[in-house]
Design a protein around this ligand. Sequence first.
Ligand code: FE2
Ligand code: FE2
Length: 267
Amino acid sequence: MAEFDLDAYVGRSRALDLSAFAWEDVPRHPVPAAAVRTLRYMQDIESHTIIYLRSLLATRAIDDPEVSTFLACWLYEETFHGIALARFLEAAGHPVGTRAQPRGQEPWTKRLEAATTAMVSRAWEDFCAVHMTWGAINELTTLTGYRRLATVAQHPVLTALLEAIMLDESRHFFFYYRQAEIRLRRPTVARVARLLVDKFWAPVGSGVQPRAELEFMAGYLFSDTDGEAAARKVDDTIRRLPGFARVQLLEAWMNRYVGGRNGYRHN
Ligand SMILES: [Fe+2]
Ligand SMILES: [Fe+2]
């Protein structure tokens, strides 16, 4: 894989240009109810990036100049993804409204998770390897989720918006993946990172949004044949990282929690 050019990324990092989308055309095309529900989930998770970053700032991530520079631009871009998705939902007649649970008041499970992450980071000098791997999985899952949503929702304005967001997500993925590839070259580092991913990985937004919403979205996006293939491709890409051959991620999670039980069927 090519090198990631951090200077070029930083120079190009900018907020999505909200004036580039035909918001007035949004109500002219139907937005499936399942897409609205999925977009609500995605909008909430994009807007949650600042809280996710809060726990990362208590780790070694801030000691690495490349990672901390990237994270500053990453937060900026992700925040605008949340703003843009909220704008779409509003234009479609489904405004986001106030969040029931204020963002800063995370449930104790999430606070415990953040404290544990900080502890692992203090104890393990190669903590960034798992952070970068985790980031690569999350960005690739998000990117794939957006691609699937554009395909199944069939709404021209949403497609244009998601294509713009996907450009950012693919750059994020590239940064994390390249960093992970380099850091996992040392077999002991790869072994610990793999252990942590095996034990703790769950799809983006787990514990932030209710479980039923995550399972609904996963069913909507990944339970038909094309969706299954997309999930498998995510896993196959991560399996190319050193030490991650045969890792069980999205496909296994789908089989376990969504599968035929409440998998969404497209008409
Ligand atoms: Fe995003
Ligand atoms: Fe991203």
